[in-house]
Design a protein around this ligand. Structure first.
Ligand code: ACO
Length: 333
């Protein structure tokens, strides 16, 4: 019987420095009211000079490892989903591996921008199901504000920095061994499915105008916001239905949607299109802004720690980002 991937712990980290919309309005031609009305964002955390993506990743990883009650030496794969690595190479994952004091296992980065965490969880699932790994540390970590053009008010108000992590472990039966029979929780737990998509023809909707091969610069984020918005609502609604259909489940079965936090209006429009009550959507975008690959594990960790997400709940994780890339993951917590 193939191993079932169970999420056994989570953690997150936000840099101390907070920048409000009012702070931004002192530097660029914008206002708190405009930003809140169009995006729902009130503030964002920003990494200090010298605080790198690997530092954020490490802090989130340590919390996830403690929450999972495992030893660092149990981990045999580290995946970091990031668009803002410390260096062009080696990977940020290998830096985190060293910072954790690991001498075993494998480590690599993946790049799917805001969908990075969903792509990462799909890889973790596949490694566990194929018995190539037993315990995967998956981190979404970004210092996205480093690639913003602070003169471009249409993009620089949207993003923030942060990191979130989960530990995914192979379980032989995926069942809730701790729960008494008949408690209602003895359903199969763990990652039930992942679905990934991309359409490279839509590269121009959201991209960075630099890179080591093309311009030899790091570059800045460029975006066609309106078009992106339209694709986001359509694709995200479709991917939710795809996940439910693949598992023979209904929209009403979802306990919590844990979406990528791009914009409050995208979250609300997607929930409306799916006829899901807004109260079942975990929302952090108001305080974190868009932290790209970090936003889902940050939201997940918040809702687990404040007790909203409970064992046995059905979680629908979804994201869309540059590429375009998009996807979903259905989890029985
Ligand atoms: N403050 C004040 N005015 C602004 C700002 C700002 N920060 N930014 C743009 N404007 C102005 C524009 O210049 C424009 O002025 P004009 O009419 O005089 O030309 C006006 O506001 C309207 O601009 P639009 O771009 O048409 O505004 P829109 O209503 O589309 O809102 C927004 C822009 C918020 C970016 C919206 O398009 C959006 O949310 N798009 C999705 C983008 C997104 O979430 N990207 C994240 C990555 S992708 C993902 O994660 C899903």
């Amino acid at each position: 019987m193939s191993a079932k991937p169970l999420i056994i712990g989570c953690g997150s980290y936000l840099p101390d420095k907070i920048v409000t919309n009012y702070d931004l309005a002192e530097r660029i031609d914008t206002s708190h009211e405009w930003i809140v009305e169009r995006t729902g964002i009130h503030k964002r955390h920003i990494a200090d000079d010298g605080e790198n993506t690997s530092d954020l990743a490490l802090a989130a990883a340590q919390k996830a490892i403690a929450h999972a009650e495992i030893d660092v030496d149990d981990i045999d794969l580290v995946i970091v989903a990031t668009t803002t690595p410390d260096q062009t190479f080696p990977s940020t994952a290998t830096r985190v591996q060293a910072m954790l004091g690991m001498s075993n296992g494998a480590a690599f980065d993946i790049q799917a921008v805001c969908s990075g965490f969903i792509y990462g969880i799909s890889i973790a699932e596949a490694f566990i199901r194929s018995a190539q790994a037993k315990t995967v540390l998956l981190i979404g970590a970004e210092t996205f504000t480093r690639i913003l053009d602070w003169e471009d008010r249409a993009t620089c108000v949207l993003f923030g920095d942060g990191a979130g992590a989960v530990v995914v472990q192979a379980s032989t039966n995926g069942l809730d061994d701790d729960e008494p029979a008949g408690s209602g929780h003895n359903q199969e737990r763990g990652i039930l499915s992942t679905h990934l998509h991309s359409d490279g023809k839509l590269n121009d909707l959201l991209y960075v105008d630099g890179g080591p091969s093309s311009t030899k610069t790091v570059g800045h984020v460029r975006m066609l916001g309106r078009e992106l918005f339209r694709h986001a609502v359509v694709n995200l609604a479709a991917v939710v239905d795809e996940a439910l259909e693949a598992n023979g489940l209904e929209r009403d079965d979802i306990s919590w949607v844990v979406p990528h936090q791009a914009n409050k209006r995208i979250l609300d429009s997607t929930a409306r299109k799916l006829k899901l009550p807004a109260e079942r959507v975990v929302t952090t975008v108001d305080r974190h802004a868009n932290t790209s690959a970090a936003s889902i594990p940050l939201a997940l960790d918040e809702a687990v720690r404040d007790g909203r997400i409970k064992r046995g709940d059905l979680l629908l994780l979804e994201a869309m980002g540059g590429g375009l890339t998009w996807g979903s993951c259905l989890v029985r917590w």
